[in-house]
Design a protein around this ligand. Structure first.
Ligand code: AMP
Ligand code: GLY
Length: 432
């Protein structure tokens, strides 16, 4: 089949890489892709949010399956439009993408169907005084979230009432645009954070992996929040028994709820979880793979991704299973200095070939450009270097060995990806 992947990050590079290895896949194209992706797929110069153009292209080129990487085209209804013109696509409809597009929607669904999550209240901009009173009455720690998509910047875990009120004022003051016109205020959850990725076909779901992200820019979980600076898979707290609980208490009830509401969920459900004394609780849903989590989940997937995605698009997952390799993968994100703030483009990365030649290592490009045989940085997050191995320690050693072969003074990465996980447990058995 002919596959089109939509997006341009390291997540989409991993998707293209995995699909290119599928015996069912004849060609992989990526819109808009990047210079690194161009080595594994044919890149098509259409932006990920140019919905009309993408639909026209997929139809004209008789694409058999469209796989959507980022959330925005999903929220904008790309999958609805593709399905309307008879193109198969993996990803939720705009209505189902509200699980990520509106935190208030996701929380209300949880409340209606008894899905475990932090206690919460939703406030509109007109209710600012009531929201403030609620924060003061509840006290800190407390969590303030802009309702809509805010590129990972809309959440404040406030240690003090003042901080929470400032976050509230920022959201209602327009810091996140429309996304902050409504705010969710919720209980602070304690526990271990981990994420589970379930491929869904509207009725059934298969676990394709688990991971732990590192959201802060700097070592020791300091600095500003980013899209993610590194990840490891599997997530040790998600033992086989815990994965089964999450499926039984959160993922399957959500699928049943979405179907009952007339908006069945098809695509990848990313369940961000807090595992505490009271059992697993949902922190947030995303309606797509994570980035950088995708880069560590897919190398561990034994079952053919092409077959799984086709099964999801066609509602066949009930008759399928997803098998994973009993390995570990650890990904380190290399970013241009200044990220997550504004960055300069065009600095040269040397040594990528040597890095890629490291045993058990994969390089996924997020923002690179090729010029006269040189690799140039072309954005904030530039590469994910993934090490795989029989243990987390081995995966980590390989990833950093490859990182150390890259000569890029204008870039930076965290040196402690996976370190806390390694220290916390002497590698207990995990699945997923
Ligand atoms: P989100 O964008 O909803 O994933 O939130 C970003 C991060 O904020 C999460 O990954 C958690 O680390 C943290 N967070 C969100 N909600 C809560 C909560 N209710 N309690 C504690 N931490 C939270
Ligand atoms: N790494 C977090 C995300 O993709 O949402």
């Amino acid at each position: 089949m002919r596959v089109l992947v939509v997006g341009s990050g390291a997540r989409e590079h991993a998707l293209c890489w995995s699909l290119a290895a599928s015996p069912l896949v004849k060609t992989v194209r990526c819109a808009p892709g990047n210079a690194g992706i161009a080595r594994d797929a044919e890149v098509v110069p259409i932006a990920a949010e140019a919905i009309d153009e993408l639909v026209g292209y997929a139809r004209a080129e008789r694409v058999d399956l469209v796989v959507v990487g980022p959330e925005r085209p999903l929220v904008l209804g790309l999958v609805d439009r593709l399905v309307e013109v008879g193109v198969r696509a993996v990803g939720p409809s705009a209505a189902a993408a509200r699980l990520e597009g509106s935190k208030a929607f996701a929380k209300a669904l949880c409340a209606r169907y008894g899905i475990p999550t932090a206690a919460f209240r939703v406030f509109e901009a007109s209710q600012q005084a009531a929201a403030r009173a609620f924060i003061e009455e509840h006290g800190a720690p407390i969590v303030v979230k802009a309702d809509g998509l805010a590129a990972g910047k809309g959440v404040t875990v406030a240690g003090t009432v003042e901080e929470a009120v400032a976050a509230l004022e920022a959201a209602f003051g327009g810091a996140f645009g429309e996304a902050g016109a409504r705010v969710v205020i919720e209980e602070f959850l304690e526990g271990e954070e981990a994420s589970l990725f379930a491929l869904c076909d509207g009725r059934d779901a298969l676990v394709i992996g688990t991971a732990q992200d590192h959201k802060r820019a700097f070592d020791g979980d300091r600095g500003p929040n980013t899209g993610g600076m590194g990840a490891c898979s599997p997530a040790p707290p998600l033992t086989p028994a815990m994965v089964e609980r999450v499926m039984a208490e959160i993922v399957r009830p959500t699928l049943a709820a979405m179907a009952a509401e007339g908006t069945p969920f098809r695509g990848i459900l990313y369940a961000g979880l807090m595992l505490g004394a009271a059992g697993p609780k949902l922190v947030e849903f995303n309606v797509r793979m994570g980035d950088p989590e995708c880069q560590v989940v897919l190398p561990r997937l034994m079952t053919d991704l092409g077959q799984l995605l086709l099964g999801a698009a066609d509602g066949m997952l009930g008759r399928m299973s997803a098998r994973l390799y009993p390995t570990h993968a650890l990904g380190v994100v290399l970013a241009t200095r200044g990220y997550p703030g504004p960055v300069e483009r065009g600095s040269e990365l040397r040594g990528l070939e040597a890095a890629e030649a490291t045993e058990g290592v994969l390089l996924f490009h997020a923002a690179t450009r090729r010029e006269g045989g040189r690799w140039l940085a072309d954005g904030g997050r530039v590469l994910t270097v993934v090490g795989t191995g029989a243990s987390l320690a081995e995966a980590r050693q390989r990833a950093y060995a490859a990182v150390d072969r890259i000569d890029w003074p204008q870039g930076y990465c965290r040196r402690d990806i996976g370190a806390r996980t390694l220290a916390a447990a002497s590698e207990p058995m995990a699945s997923g």
